[in-house]
Design a protein around this ligand. Structure first.
Ligand code: ASP
Length: 476
């Protein structure tokens, strides 16, 4: 077989990931539908949740399985093995991505900021980036608010369904509220951007602090002796390439890991729970779809020469990974790779705009917070005035900036939005308990939107600087 035909046969990465994702959904749904309490009982397992949790601990199977016969015991071992294998593969992949996230922000932002060596260029790119991030976030919340007011997903919600959902996730909701209450106030949050110790910030993955420190170092490099600066910048540049190489290795695991991550999520979400929250979930998904398929393409058309086809083809691995991992922080190395290598944006713009966006720009999260706030208000019969809705736009914009780029962070910031609106405690606790049931699935969707928004802004900024390769980068 010659090289050309080998090449033709190789499936592109995004197709492999998509395949993993679809297979994961199919297997997850099958487990969810057919793996019922009776199936477990037949295997001699009477508390499936703790049994599955135990499968990740190194323990003797016999302590958790009170199997009535040998056949049942084998089935339980098989279930335990499948659970272990999917969790192990998913975790291994996520660890690989997290391993990369901090060094790539550090090295690439230093290179990015130091290459913007005249103050006016830094100001121009920095200013455009921040303004675009704020504008797209405000548009996203407005889309969410309009949809939630028109569709009214919380009206006519059955009392029985509400009680069932609240009972199911009460303890989870209490934990989320407790972690929202331990958050520092706005001024302290701003102060916290400046690390007391940059090495501690790196070690503890404090992304906003790492971004700040890297920008500061990058800008300082433009002010010192050129020869000395060149050595440091050369080192950071080479390290960025090293990390990108590691990204490619980690990505080889992506299709299998995505399958594993999705099976776990889909198998865990009850179909009945999805049913009662379908109107709410569809409102969020419709809003995200409007952002991804209408708002961003329109901005691309107006401000850039990049067509939608090229844009989506280039960034699809990042979107699919964001969806599977529900973490824009973990997806960051892949997002950067897609923008630079596949979309053809310059390293200068990519390494500045994307790490900043992953940390502060969360359009999907903001949109979801808008819909969720209106949904909870409708659920508990709370009237939201126009002023309240404007407050939502303002607080959700700020909240999305402060949201960590990790799974489930958005719902914690939502609690702060609800508290700012003076929702009574029972509505905050009850509302969070209700929507928690579908939060993971919606987290996956909003994270895909967050990452798409970052890529769109990077493309617009790059177009303004004439920093896009005409034909695009490589598309594997
Ligand atoms: N998981 C989201 C992200 O990483 C944040 C959130 O909305 O929870 O972008």
């Amino acid at each position: 077989m010659n090289a050309a035909s080998t090449k033709r046969k190789r499936l592109a990465l995004h197709w492999k990931i998509l395949l993993g994702l679809l297979l994961g959904v199919a297997v997850g749904v099958m487990i969810n539908l057919f793996w019922t309490a009776d199936t477990w009982a037949g295997l001699g397992v009477h508390d499936p949740a703790s049994f599955l949790a135990d499968s990740l601990a190194v323990r003797e199977a016999s302590t958790a399985v009170g199997g009535p016969n040998e056949h049942a015991d084998t089935g339980a071992h098989a279930a335990r093995f499948i659970r272990f294998a999917t969790a192990f593969t998913g975790d291994l992949f996520m660890r690989g991505l997290r391993f990369i996230a901090v060094p790539i922000v550090l090295f690439s932002l230093i290179v990015g900021a130091s290459s913007l060596n005249d103050a006016s260029k830094l100001g121009r790119i920095g200013g455009k980036t921040i303004v675009l991030y704020l504008c797209t976030t405000a548009v996203a919340i407005s889309v969410g608010l309009v949809l939630a007011n028109v569709i009214a997903p919380g009206e006519g919600f059955g009392e029985e369904a509400r009680q069932m959902l609240m009972a199911g996730s009460r303890s989870g909701a209490e934990a989320k509220i407790a972690s929202a209450e331990t958050r520092p106030d706005t001024w302290q949050t701003l102060l916290d951007i400046v690390p007391k110790n940059p090495f501690a910030a790196l070690a503890q993955t404090k992304m906003l602090q790492v971004v700040f420190a890297s920008l500061l170092i990058g800008i300082a490099l433009t002010r010192i002796d050129r020869d000395k600066a060149r050595a440091v910048i050369g080192f950071c540049d080479a390290m960025t390439d090293v990390i990108i190489q590691i990204v490619h290795w980690v990505l080889m695991l992506a299709p299998v890991a995505v399958f594993a991550l999705i099976v776990e999520v889909v198998a865990d979400v009850g179909i009945d729970v999805l049913g009662s929250l379908i109107k709410y979930s569809l409102t969020v998904v419709a809003g995200l779809a409007i952002m991804i398929f209408i708002v961003y393409p329109t901005a691309l058309k107006i401000f850039t020469p990049v067509g939608y086809g090229r844009f989506f083809r280039a960034i699809s691995p990042a979107q699919l990974l964001a969806f599977s991992s529900a973490s824009s922080g973990a997806t960051l190395p892949v997002t950067m790779d897609c923008c630079e290598q596949r979309l053809g944006l310059s390293e200068e713009v990519t390494s500045f705009v994307i790490p900043l966006g992953a940390t502060v720009n969360m359009d999907g999260t903001a949109l979801y917070q808008g819909v969720a706030a209106v949904f909870i208000a409708q659920l508990f019969g709370i009237d939201l005035s126009l002023m309240d809705q404007l407050t939502i736009i303002l607080t959700a914009t700020m909240a999305s900036i402060g949201t960590a780029a990790v799974p489930g962070a958005g719902i914690i910031m939502l609690i702060i939005v609800l508290q700012t609106l003076d929702f009574p405690d029972y509505a905050v606790a009850g509302g969070i308990a209700v929507i928690l049931a579908v939060d993971r699935i919606l987290d996956m969707c909003r994270t895909a939107c967050n990452v798409t928004g970052d890529c769109m802004v990077a493309t617009v900024v790059a177009a303004g600087e004439g920093a896009i390769e005409p034909g695009g980068g490589r598309t594997v």
